[in-house]
Design a binder for this molecule. Structure first.
Ligand code: PGA
Length: 252
């Protein structure tokens, strides 16, 4: 049975006092069996998360990692640094980075490889644009994005990642994928991995991301191939985020 993961992508939001209040509310909530929580925070707040969350059931992580391990790479964050601040996860390949920073499929795969080398679990994001969906290219686009990951990581690496399907047109728009759209892509991604190894495919955690909120969490979290959510806006509101977790727990 795959566990569900509810991961909050805070993006470039936060302030020490607000973070503390949000995390306190998460820690005060009941622990649900079969559901793991994580918060993915701006790098300057990793130390705060380490202080507040060590020993709790909420994991934390970064929102990106360098494919390089150290050196003259101004502004980048190394996997070893994320480890030093207790991170379990890091996002790689979020569409906001693919688009704004020109990150290619192969760069994203390289970042995932570096994360794994430092015992971090990369949450590898992929997904199609609206134009690609409207021209019927969704399957081709996501398959290609996943193929780069499979090629770089191999089966051993694939067994240690989390995948997140995030249709770009659903991110921050209030318009999530329909359950049918989400399930179709999740099943397709799982089959692509299962073609390499049935066991790795069966065990792969695939999160859905894109306007997940309390109001649509039940219909999305009950889908057979959806193993949790990567939550942006709603992760900044404790009650919303926790409600998504409850929906995922009920879906087991
Ligand atoms: P959203 O963002 O939930 O605000 O749509 C999701 C994401 O970008 O990870």
């Amino acid at each position: 049975m795959r566990h569900k993961l509810i991961a909050g992508n805070w993006k470039m939001h936060g302030a020490c006092a607000d973070n503390a209040a949000l995390v306190e509310a998460l820690l005060a909530a009941e622990r649900l069996s079969g559901v793991d929580y994580a918060v993915l925070v701006p790098a300057p707040y990793l130390a705060q998360m380490q202080t507040l969350l060590t020993g709790s059931s909420v994991a934390w992580g970064g929102q990106d990692v360098s494919e390089e391990t150290k050196g003259a790479f101004t502004g980048e964050v190394a996997a070893s640094m994320l480890r030093e601040f207790g991170c379990r996860y890091t996002i790689v390949g979020h569409s906001e980075r693919r688009q704004r920073h020109g990150e290619s499929d192969s760069l994203v795969a390289a970042k995932a490889r570096t994360a794994l080398a430092y015992q971090l679990t990369p949450i590898v994001c992929l997904g199609e644009s609206l134009a690609q969906r409207e021209s019927g290219e969704t399957a081709m686009v996501v398959r290609q994005q996943l193929a780069a990951v499979i090629e770089t990581l191999g089966l051993e690496g694939l067994a240690r990642i989390v995948l997140a399907y995030e249709p770009i047109w659903a991110i921050g728009t209030g318009r999530s994928a329909t359950p049918e759209q989400a399930q179709e892509v999740h099943a397709l991604l799982r089959h692509q991995v299962a073609a390499e190894s049935q066991m790795v495919g069966d065990n792969l955690q695939i999160l859905y991301g894109g306007s997940v909120k309390a109001a649509n969490a039940v219909e999305l979290m009950t889908l057979p191939d959806v193993d949790g959510a990567l939550v942006g806006g709603a992760s900044l509101v404790a009650q919303e985020f926790l409600a998504i977790g409850r929906a995922a727990a009920g879906a087991r």
